[in-house]
Each structure stands twice: as C-alpha cells, then as structure tokens.
Design a protein around this ligand. Structure first.
Ligand code: ZN
Length: 376
C-alpha cells in the first residue's frame, strides 16, 4: 500500500496524476490552460515521501508550449515561503525530477506562485499608504475584480506612467517584480521614488490575469484568450481584462508603459520594445536607449545582449500590448522579460532566479525611469 498523495487542488495548482504507487516511478502530466492549448505551468504538492528517493516524471514535457527543459531546475518548497532549486533531467520526452525530500510534504512549481491572497494583501498594503489609492476597473471573465492602483497625485504637468504585469499568469515572477516595484515606489524615504513622484503619477495593474493565475494557467485567461494578443480589439466577453485597462489608458493617457513578463527559454533579464510599430520614432528610440543604458549601469541583473529578434519597421503585431501602446499613444512602451532558468550572468545554483531577485529587479526599474522622465 502506498501513502503517496499528490494534489493541486489549491490556488495556482496545476497537475494531473497518472501514477503514484511507488517512489521511483511517480508519473504526472501538466494540464492545459483553461479553454486553450497552452500547456506549461505546474504547481503541485506531493505527500508521504520524507527521506525517500523519489523519481517524479512529467510525462508530457515534450508537448508543452515551450519545451525548453534543458538546464531547467524545478523550484521546490516545504513551506511555500522558501523555494530552492532541484535539478531535473530532460530526455526529449519527459522531465525527470529526482529528489529526496527532507519533509513529508513538498511543493514543486514551474516558478513559485504569487497567490490571489498575496495579491489582495498587496493591494491592501498599498492603499493604506498616503501616496496610493485603489480602484476596481471592472470584472474578469469569472467575475473577479480587476485591481488598479494610482500612485502619486495627478497634475497637468506630470507624466503618466503605466506599469502592468502578469498578462500571462504562469509568469508569476511578474507579480513578485510588482511587489518590489510598489514597495520601493511607496517608500517615502527613497529619494528616487520621491523625485519620480514629483514628476509623474503611476497607474499600476499588478495582475492583469487574476482568473488565469488562480487556475494555474500559463498564458490564457478563463475564456482561453492570450491577453497579450487582445490589445487591438479587446472584447468584454473574451478579454474584459484588456478591455477595461485599455479604456482606462484612453481616459487617463499614457506617456510611458512597462509590461512585465517571464520568458521560458532565455536565461537573462531583457526587454523587448515596439520598434515595429508604425509610429515608432527617433524620440521613442532615444528614450528606449537611455532607459536601457541607465538600467544596465545601475543593475547588473539587467542586460541587453540576449533577447528577442527585433521587428522590421512597420511590421509589429499590433494585437500585442507594447506596439499597440506605442501606436495608440505615441509613447515608449517596453516589455520586461525575466528568466525561468536563472540569469546566467549572475547564476545562483541554490535558489536560481528567486522571488526575492524578481522583487529587487522590480525595485531597480525606478532608477532608469527617473533617468528618462524629463524626456518623455
Ligand atoms: Zn509573457
């Protein structure tokens, strides 16, 4: 009789159990995103395995949306607070985790989740600051509130800076980034934040895809939509999250926007820009360059050598947030990508690209923002 129990029946959980009779042959599958074919994010717990040499195989790893499992380390935790890396092997078909757990119950995640409870607590923490007010822009597909924060006090002369995260819910590092960003921006003893808030008001959506986050999806919302392909023509039925946020942008205006993500393949922090938007111009290009230079100069976790191929002029996909915002508001917009597979410039073999490092990267983005604020 086996005492092994595997469950993902909790916030952000995702796994299908195929076989859990013996420690050396535990077999699971990652489940598809809601109403879509995306397949990547997993988060589950295994109980009954203390001090046992376990082999857990993710059987459908080769069928995932981004099967870049070479050099991937899974994140594990005994308390859902402290996460450490466990090496994996990828044989071209299955992802194999060999692990001897020090406690009876262990959690494994593609990346450590940032739960809905944490999200609600973050909104609460921010709104009790004298610098921040919170609002609900509308409801998600499943009827949850889309939380929106205004930081600083608007005036005609101030720049309007948007920061949004987690359009792709399985890229949970994006909300850890947001937590670090918000805490620094609301720190009244931080001179960079003070200087920024003299010149700008920030409009922030810490989680664009609440339903997908809770459902354990990688890219889709509850209706199966990839929100980062909905910006040209969002609808209340399929993509209310983008519909409401884009309407708020139309109403309030945009001078600069950051859209925070994680990348499944590239082991570095990088940005991708909107050079393919028809309205991309010399001013936007110059600000983009200054931002990159300033960020590299102040944060060694950021680099500009590795990243995506650039779009041809005029050839951007305007369904994507970044080029759509440049086109719509004639403003600089940057997608920030963080790694699932650590930052190979400054690797950490024990904790990888940790939640703390995601938070610190979020805090670090204020300095390059200040560097370009007068030129926006
Ligand atoms: Zn993404």
């Amino acid at each position: 009789m086996s005492n092994i129990s595997i469950s993902s029946k909790f916030d952000s959980g995702n796994i299908e159990v195929l076989k859990a009779q013996s420690f050396d042959d535990i077999q699971v599958n990652v489940e598809q995103d809601s109403n879509s074919d995306y397949l990547q994010y997993f988060f589950f717990r295994v109980s009954g395995i203390e001090d046992q040499e376990c082999t857990i195989k993710i059987m459908n790893a080769s069928e995932t949306t981004y099967p870049f499992w070479n050099e991937y380390y899974v994140y594990a935790s005994y308390d859902k607070q402290n996460w450490f890396l466990v090496p994996t092997e990828y044989n071209g078909k299955e992802l194999v985790i060999n692990h001897t757990a020090a406690c009876n119950t262990v959690y494994y995640a593609y990346y450590p989740p940032f739960s809905y409870e944490q999200h609600l607590e973050l909104i609460g923490e921010c709104q009790t600051s004298g610098l921040c007010s919170s609002e609900v822009l509308g409801q998600t597909v499943e009827g949850r509130d889309i939380d929106f924060l205004q930081i600083g006090f608007p005036s005609k002369s101030k720049k309007k800076i948007w920061v949004i995260a987690r359009q792709h819910p399985g890229e949970s590092m994006a909300e850890w980034f947001m937590q670090g960003f918000l805490r620094r921006l609301l720190d009244e003893d931080d001179s960079v934040s003070k200087a920024l808030l003299n010149k700008a008001v920030f409009y922030v959506v810490p989680n664009m895809n609440i339903d997908g986050s809770i459902l354990g999806n990688l890219r889709a919302n509850a209706a199966g939509a990839n929100l980062n392909r909905e910006w040209a023509d969002p609808s209340l039925e399929k993509s209310p999250e983008v519909f409401h946020v884009r309407n708020a942008m139309d109403e309030l205006g945009v001078d600069f926007c950051l859209d925070v993500h994680g990348d499944e393949e590239i082991p570095y922090n990088f940005i991708s820009a909107s050079e393919g938007a028809p309205s991309y111009n010399d001013k936007i290009a110059a600000n983009e360059k200054s931002f990159i230079q300033s960020w590299m100069g102040t944060c060694p976790d950021f680099q500009d050598t590795h990243g995506y191929d650039k779009d041809e002029p005029g050839k951007a996909d305007l369904r994507i947030c970044t080029p759509q915002i440049t086109e719509r508001y004639k403003a600089l917009c940057l997608t920030i990508e963080m790694p699932f597979k650590d930052n190979h410039d400054l690797p950490d073999p024990l904790f990888g690209w940790s939640t703390t490092r995601s938070e610190k990267l979020g805090a670090s983005v204020l300095q390059p923002t200040l560097a370009i604020i007068d030129k926006l």
